[in-house]
Structure formats: structure tokens, C-alpha cells
Ligand binder design. Structure first.
Ligand SMILES: Nc1nc2c(ncn2[C@@H]2O[C@H](COP(=O)(O)OP(=O)(O)OP(=O)(O)O)[C@@H](O)[C@H]2O)c(=O)[nH]1
Ligand SMILES: [Mg+2]
Length: 452
């Protein structure tokens, strides 16, 4: 699985590595090759397009960090985009609903529904200590219900008694009744498969779904069938509102395109993967691990992450120095205000400070919100570079211009300048104070009176 794609991508990156520096054209060329590699891996065309758009945006937006090479940066970008396409984070089966949790398994014939039902049951029983009941609604294939019963015995999970001639909706109702009566935490409903999607099959599962209202409708899909599985997923999703996808046979040598396309095309998370015929051969789908497996570049990725961290540290040190030297400009102030916004705004920051509950009370009373920050940033951004670096030149006519440029008033500009001035004075006075306290007191100053 993913072997070819992995090899192709590694090849592309090897070529990049041998270059000293990287131009935009190089990046474009590399991404073009990535495109071919993805298409060859049977990733659907629309997903490839989306992938490239995302990667390009990231490439433009990312600043090249000194200590790493541009090719490493490209690897990191491709890795992050892969992760994003795959869904970023794990999505476990939702067990946080009123029991019994009802899981409906759907999919084409032979995709692995029955086997996966038993695998999930075993996992929920062993790992999550859940009391699980399974029921087969497959009245199409002879001995299908017996197959689930046998698997149930094998993994030591109860199955609902088979009554010959009973229709799927009826079996579902009876199973739910039993699950409730006997205090089961989870009910897994296995359904019949078809060679192709047909109306009869769809109506049957729709009826079951309406009857028992499952909290999970999981599409079991064979990773080996490639592109076609994406269309199947789309159709199932239109009719049934899937809550997740399970990809089976990821232990085979499929090209991997289905795995890469599924999430994007359906918007449904891939929750689990099947990696063999044994009852233990099921895993949570980890987008980052899969991305890593495809690229095989885990080292480079963590290297870039560390380097970016270092840059952040360097920025912080530069700011420290500016404060100590009394060089803290209005531009720096605006940047800090921006950071403040990122950290969750005034309320977010204040809530982390000691004694916050009292302040919060006051804040709620005085109706403060982050508009204060936005206004202050707007005022600063209406200043010229010269003004930002030297506030002393901001006299009456400039103030008027800044006020009208930022949609505020001269009084408000004055207020900001006064606050900034006090902040500067304080920074000079307490230049050697530890930075956190200083910033806290300095910013306290930016808040409206009553909260300082
Ligand atoms: N290698 C491998 N085989 C699997 C995996 N999942 C299921 N299988 C095998 O696929 C075959 C079909 O599995 P079933 O669970 O019967 O499939 P189904 O979807 O219930 O089939 P129908 O009920 O006929 O529609 C079985 O031989 C399973 O052992 C997997 O992840 N890897
Ligand atoms: Mg089956």
C-alpha cells in the first residue's frame, strides 16, 4: 500500500535536495510532478486539484526559515497538505450518545462489512469495556446471518437470534428492543451487500435507518477497488448521510488513491482501517501517520517544525531587546495586539491570569470585548511608517488624518498615544523586570479604566 506513491514522491524530493536554493519555478515543477504521482496513485482528479491549490497557498504563505533548506520546506508543505486531505485528526466512533449506541454498517458486496462488524465489536468489548450486541440484517445471501453468529462466538460477543423469513426492518426493531431490554451499550447492525448500488438496496437500508435512527452509519469500502469506491461513497452519502468510512484491505497492495480521495469527496471522516483478515486487524485511522507512511519523511517534518519554533523564540528575544532599549514602536505594539487576539482576545488572556474571576465579573458588567483591540490596531495601521517609528511627530493634522483613516476620533487617537506613552515609560523604568510581568502591566494599561 502506498509503495509506488511513496517512491515517486521520494524521488521528486531527492531531486530538489540536490539544489542549493529553490526558486518559485522549482517549487511549481516539483508540485507538477507531485500531481502526476498522485494521479498515478489513482487519486481522483478533483482531489488532486484541491491538493495542489492547498499546497500552493501554503508555499506562498510560508516564510522560508533560515536553518532549513527550501526543499525541506516543500516536503513539509506536501506532508501538511496530505494530512489535511486525509482529515487532520483521528475521529473515533462516537460512543457519547444515550445507549444503546446504534451502528449501521453499509457497503457493497464483499467489502468486509460482516468481518468489520465483528472486529469493531471485539474492540469495543475489549478496549472500551462495552457490552455489545450484533445483528445481521442480511436476508439476501444464504448463511449470511449464520456467518455473523459464528464470528460472534469467535470474539465472544452476543448476536441476535435468527428467525428465518423475517424482513430487515423487523429484525432491526427486534434487535433494538432486545438491546434496550438487556442493557447493551452498543448495537451493531450488519446489512446485506450488492454488486452495484441499486435502488432496492438503498431503499432497504434507508428504511432500516429510519426505523432505528443510528448514531453511526459507517460505509465499509474496499481500498483495492480504487476510483470506483469514491463514486460508491458519494452515492451512499447522498442517500444515507454517512457518519464515517472504514477502509478495508489496506494490507493489500492497492495504490492508495481511494484512501486519499474519500475524505475530500464525501466530507466524511475515515474512522477505521482494516489491515487483515484476523479479528484484531483493525486500526484507528491516523491521518498524520498515514501521511508519514506515504512520504516517509518524518524526520524532515519534525526538523522544520523545530526550526519554526526557534524562529518564534528568536522573534520573542528581539522583542525583549527592543523593550530593554526603549525601542518598542507602535508597529510592535500593533503586532502584540494581534498576538493578543490570537491568544483568545482580552477575555482569553485575562481568564488565564490569577484573580481572573473578579476581573471577568467586572468585564461582563462593563461589556468589554475585543473591539477595543481592533480599534487600537486600526488606529496604528492608519499611521505612516515614520509615524509608527516615531510617535512624537504625530501632531494635530496627522491625528486628524489617522482618526479619519481608521474610522475613529481624534480623542481616541490621543488616548491610544497616551497609553502607548505610559507603556513606554514603564518599559524604560522597569526595563529589567521579567518580561511577563512587564507585558502584563504594560498591556493592563491598554485596557479601559476600571480594569487596569
Ligand atoms: N486482507 C483483508 N481481508 C479482509 C479485510 N476485511 C475483510 N476481509 C476479507 O474479505 C472477505 C469478505 O468479507 P465479509 O466481511 O464477508 O464482507 P461483506 O461485506 O460482509 O460481504 P457481503 O455480506 O457478501 O456483502 C472475507 O474473506 C474477509 O476475511 C481486510 O482488512 N484485509
Ligand atoms: Mg456480510
Amino acid at each position: 500500500m502506498f509503495k509506488n506513491l511513496s517512491e515517486r514522491l521520494t524521488g521528486i524530493f531527492d531531486k530538489l535536495k540536490s539544489r542549493g536554493s529553490l526558486t518559485e519555478t522549482d517549487v511549481d515543477l516539483a508540485l507538477r510532478e507531485v500531481r502526476v504521482a498522485l494521479l498515478e496513485a489513482d487519486v481522483s482528479l478533483e482531489v488532486v486539484k484541491e491538493f495542489l491549490e492547498k499546497a500552493k497557498k501554503k508555499a506562498i504563505g510560508s516564510k522560508i526559515v533560515k536553518s532549513i533548506s527550501p526543499s525541506q520546506m516543500v516536503i513539509k508543505i506536501v506532508n501538511d497538505t496530505l494530512k489535511e486531505i486525509l482529515g487532520n485528526k483521528e475521529e473515533p466512533i462516537n460512543l457519547k450518545v444515550t445507549p444503546p449506541v446504534i451502528i449501521l454498517m453499509v457497503g457493497l458486496q464483499g467489502s468486509g462489512k460482516t468481518t468489520t462488524s465483528a472486529k469493531i465489536a471485539k474492540k469495543l468489548k475489549d478496549k472500551d469495556k462495552k457490552k455489545v450486541l450484533m445483528s445481521s440484517l442480511d436476508v439476501q445471501r444464504p448463511a449470511a446471518q449464520e456467518q455473523l453468529a459464528t464470528l460472534g462466538k469467535q470474539v465472544d460477543v452476543s448476536t441476535v437470534e435468527i428467525i428465518k423469513g423475517e424482513k430487515p426492518v423487523k429484525i432491526a426493531d427486534r434487535s433494538l428492543e432486545q438491546a434496550k431490554k438487556e442493557g447493551f451499550d452498543v448495537l451493531i447492525l450488519d446489512t446485506a451487500g450488492r454488486l452495484q448500488i441499486d435502488d432496492e438496496l438503498m431503499t432497504e437500508v434507508e428504511d432500516v435507518s429510519k426505523a432505528v435512527n443510528p448514531s453511526e452509519i459507517l460505509l465499509v469500502s474496499d481500498a483495492m477497488i480504487g476510483q470506483e469506491s469514491v463514486n460508491v461513497a458519494k452515492e451512499f452519502n447522498n442517500k444515507l448521510k454517512l457518519t464515517g468510512i472504514i477502509l478495508t484491505r489496506l494490507d493489500g497492495d492497492a495504490r492508495g488513491g481511494a484512501a486519499l480521495s474519500m475524505r475530500s469527496v464525501t466530507g466524511c471522516p475515515i474512522k477505521l482501517i482494516g489491515i487483515g483478515e484476523k479479528m484484531e486487524a483493525i486500526e484507528v485511522f491516523h491521518p498524520d501517520r498515514i501521511a508519514n507512511r506515504i512520504l516517509g519523511m518524518g524526520d524532515v517534518v519534525s526538523l522544520v517544525e523545530e526550526a519554526s519554533e526557534t524562529i518564534k523564540k528568536e522573534d520573542a528575544e528581539k522583542l525583549d531587546k527592543k523593550i530593554k532599549d526603549g525601542q518598542f514602536s507602535l508597529d510592535d505594539l500593533s503586532k502584540q495586539l494581534g498576538q493578543m487576539k490570537k491568544l483568545g482576545g482580552i477575555k482569553g488572556i485575562l481568564s488565564k491570569l490569577p484573580g481572573a474571576s473578579k476581573i471577568q465579573d467586572q468585564m461582563n458588567k462593563s461589556n468589554i470585548d475585543d473591539k477595543v483591540i481592533l480599534k487600537q490596531q486600526a488606529i496604528i495601521s492608519s499611521m505612516t511608517v515614520e509615524e509608527k517609528n516615531n510617535h512624537k511627530i504625530i501632531h494635530a493634522s496627522r491625528k486628524k488624518r489617522i482618526a479619519s483613516g481608521s474610522g475613529t476620533s481624534v480623542q481616541e487617537v490621543n488616548k491610544l498615544l497616551k497609553q502607548y506613552h505610559t507603556m513606554l515609560k514603564m518599559m524604560k523604568k522597569y526595563g529589567n523586570m521579567d518580561k511577563k510581568t512587564l507585558m502584563r502591566q504594560g498591556f493592563g494599561n491598554m485596557l479601559p479604566p476600571g480594569l487596569q
